[in-house]
Design a protein around this ligand. Structure first.
Ligand SMILES: *[C@@H]1O[C@H](CO)[C@@H](O)[C@H](O)[C@H]1NC(C)=O
Ligand SMILES: *[C@@H]1O[C@H](CO)[C@@H](O)[C@H](O)[C@H]1NC(C)=O
Ligand SMILES: *[C@@H]1O[C@H](CO)[C@@H](O)[C@H](O)[C@H]1NC(C)=O
Ligand SMILES: *[C@@H]1O[C@H](CO)[C@@H](O)[C@H](O)[C@H]1NC(C)=O
Length: 446
């Protein structure tokens, strides 16, 4: 979200008790969509055709998926737009999302979910104290709340934590969080739901950020990379926008990449970039993207205006609808790269203040959750906040320490990955009658 990322040092004064656990008992799972994995075998690709969805924005934080009325209302609009994915920035991990996730699945729509909230997030200015057990417990509880839905496409470990050159020193913490989430998903025996970071549109370190999230040992590498991009302002073109350079610079990048926000609003939006994004000039590198944003929240990015429970489609809605309808996905594999190699970690520079490849070790209290799980321990939207909660990392991680060493056995509460009885391996899979064998661009991880 352009205005909401990880808010610094938020009020530890907001008090609330951890929410009772009874809301986190068994959830039904949505069963009608094929789970998405990072690497298909190239016979059919999945392109994200999505919008960012957070009615109320960051100023009036509400979990849109905790309320069936909201979901029903907005999903009807998503269907009109022809979407297959939505991104939600903040959810209440104590709420029940069964109904909304099922409604999304019924509409053929996947969810890309940010796990952070303003109160439970890294602090970009002082990342070390904010990387702690309480924080990780909360985001693991969010994973628990969504892992069982087949239409949970991916998790974002962070959004725009690094937003200039100075804050690049927070990068090892972003990468450690990504590592820990991946280890948690593996250790809990969940389906291999992809985890990656959503980077800000920062020219001076975009490539370094991408390389960094895909360098090091396999346990440290993300499943995908995404960035927010506002450089195509209609009228524009592939070259005028600089998207040609963003294709060139990321050609051969070893993990899938997509735009987690796009839609410059400097001029009248015709969404002419849609035709470019889903053409083979870009699909060799990119797997689509998400338009910022569904609802108008005061900064003129909204496709619709919501008043009470009434949705009014604005001119941007119609433009996007027309653009998407007129832009099919490429046939075949879209020219994706089948190499999946690690990047070289970027060297320290005036725009990249990371001295070496070392990452902080996971805090011991969070490491313990790999075997016990965090279900029922989430704080929702009203907890006391985690940024100064203690229980921090006490050392540097050793190589491979983020690997999955033990997988929780199935119990009544451990959500096994086989929600719909399909193969859930990250490796190629075929599901009869369904064409969404997934591969984002390129990129085998394993
Ligand atoms: C996960 O989904 C399966 C299949 O629908 C269901 O049997 C199981 O109870 C769910 N587990 C949880 C913890 O919600
Ligand atoms: C993909 O995998 C399926 C099943 O393993 C196989 O039948 C098919 O030929 C493969 N397609 C490609 C393009 O490799
Ligand atoms: C680089 O990061 C370190 C902390 O890791 C900090 O002490 C230093 O001031 C930063 N340098 C710049 C130029 O921002
Ligand atoms: C592409 O890479 C070059 C060389 O590293 C860099 O100077 C340029 O800023 C990059 N462009 C974009 C759009 O990322």
């Amino acid at each position: 979200m352009k205005t909401f990322s990880v808010l610094a040092a938020l009020a530890a004064t907001v008090l609330a008790s951890p929410t009772p656990t009874e809301e986190l008992v068994a959830r039904a799972s949505s069963t009608s969509l094929t789970p998405i994995t990072v690497k298909g075998n190239g016979s059919s690709r999945f392109y994200i055709r999505g919008v960012d969805w957070q009615p109320g924005g960051s100023s009036q934080l509400v979990d849109p998926m905790a309320d069936t009325t909201t979901c029903t209302r907005d999903i009807a609009e998503f269907v009109k737009l022809g979407l297959n994915t939505v991104r939600v920035y903040t959810v209440d991990n104590t709420a029940n999302h069964d109904a909304c996730m099922q409604l999304l699945a019924n509409a053929g729509i996947y969810l890309v979910l940010d796990v952070n909230t303003p109160l439970y997030s890294l602090n970009r200015a002082t990342p070390a104290p904010s990387y702690n057990t309480v924080y990780l417990t909360n985001i693991f509880a969010t994973i628990d709340a969504f892992a069982n839905y087949t239409n949970t496409l991916a998790f974002f470990s962070g959004n725009e934590v690094i937003n200039d050159d100075t804050t690049t020193s927070a990068a090892p913490y972003v990468k450690a969080v990504t590592r820990d989430m991946r280890q948690y998903i593996g250790s809990r025996g969940y389906r291999s739901i992809p985890v990656g970071y959503s980077a800000a549109d920062v020219d001076s370190n975009r490539v370094e950020m991408a390389e960094y999230m895909n360098c090091g040992t396999d346990d440290q590498r993300s499943d995908f990379f995404a960035f927010n991009d506002y450089s195509w302002c209609d009228p524009s073109s592939f070259t005028t926008s600089g998207w040609d350079q963003k294709v060139k610079n990321f050609t051969g990048y070893g993990i899938p990449i997509f735009l987690s926000e796009y839609g410059c609003n400097t001029n009248v939006r015709k969404f002419e970039e849609v035709a470019s994004l889903y053409s083979t000039t870009m699909t060799g590198v990119y797997s689509g993207g998400l338009v910022y944003e569904y609802s108008e929240e005061g900064s003129h990015y909204g496709l619709v205006t919501i008043t009470g429970n009434t949705v009014t489609e604005g001119p941007d809605f119609t433009s996007l609808q027309t653009a998407l309808a007129g832009t099919p996905n490429p046939t075949g594999d879209g020219g994706y790269s089948s190499t999946g190699s690690a990047s070289t970690c970027p060297p320290q520079s005036s725009t990249w203040n990371v001295t070496n490849d070392a990452l902080p070790a996971i805090p011991s209290g969070a490491a313990a959750l790999m075997s016990t799980g965090a279900a029922g321990k989430g704080f929702g939207l009203t907890g006391a906040g985690s940024q100064n909660a203690g229980g921090t990392s006490t050392g540097t991680a050793s190589a491979g320490s983020g690997s999955v060493t033990a997988v929780a056995t199935s119990t009544s509460t451990a959500k096994k990955s086989g929600a719909s009885g399909q193969s859930l391996d990250v490796r190629p899979m075929i599901v009869s009658g369904v064409v969404l064998i997934f591969s984002f661009v390129g990129a085998a991880l394993l």
